[in-house]
Ligand binder design. Sequence first.
Ligand code: FES
Ligand SMILES: [Fe+2]
Length: 365
Amino acid sequence: MPAVMENARPLRAKSLPQKYFISTEIFTKEQAAIFSKQWLLVGHQSQIPKSGDYFVVDLAGESLIITRDQRSTIRGFYNVCRHRGTRLKEDAGGHATAIQCPYHAWTYGLDGRLVGAPHMDELAGFDKADYSLKAVNLGIWEGFIFVNLSDNPTPLEKWFAPLARKFSEWNMSILRAAKRIEYDVRANWKLMFENYSECYHCPGVHPQLQKVSPYDSAENDLTEGPFLGGFMKMNAGKSLTMSGNACALPVGKIDNLHHVFYYSIFPNMLLSLHPEYVMVHQLRPQSPGRTLIICDWFFHPDAFDRQDFRPNDAIEFWDMTNKQDWHMCELSQEGIASRAYEPGPFSSRESIPAAWDRYYIEQME
Ligand code: FES
Ligand SMILES: [Fe+2]
């Protein structure tokens, strides 16, 4: 038997069939089977540091208001008035003492309680207590805010139990974002997960990244299930920044300064852990062929006031790398939509995209 045959692996795993990237029915099914059932990333607690702060998030066909109430508890509500259903908040976020409906001025506290409803006390039997805003299940993991639209979700702590203490070195609950960039990408959301999950494409697509972090240094430590990924080497003394130098204080007592860690958290979070910053992508599928990607760069709060704080060094590096990736995802979307497309074989360096697809298919079945 020729040596090449001995070493060859069977061509088991292939990319997904076309319908998963272009079909409206599949997209609708994903909304029901995945986005209406799983814990979804919507933000970080540092976005609403003070009582009265709030932001609005549109995800999975719903609009939600995430608030920090007067007791400093973070809560989530459907952005739907209990009077006649009107959208309450049109803005992206801010600070408020109450949430007032623009239509007939019903007013809600930041804890969701109805506190004012003009003329409704003239109605026998009307009790404000019956008309609080509808709450959405909400939980905090490592400082990140997650919501779950299902009636009886797996408790957040149980869902994330396999990752307990895995990321404690990075101090994620206390970090603060220096920058947010939103990308409107003309590609299916699964293409971003598949793209994020391999560095087979890195030599050609990311010449700058490849110089600092060799594509063949990737090792995976989470290889099956909803949480997938591993780490790659960074050349000695180097950082993933435009200059190649560290751009801030380390985010914590990081033991390993020569690795960058990449994990995907099903179904809408990508977590990239560097010694001095944490980058998080949040995916919000809009249609089979369009995805909104929100990218935040988090740093240690003490880093911000220091002379050596150069966040743009990291932001520019990843903004460039992100755009290189999204361009590939858009080209993939175009090709996959062709009648010539058929699923192709994953390489030995694409075991994580293959595992991601397996988990995705399980959720859809
Ligand atoms: S619909 Fe909101 S107050 Fe009437
Ligand atoms: Fe990439």
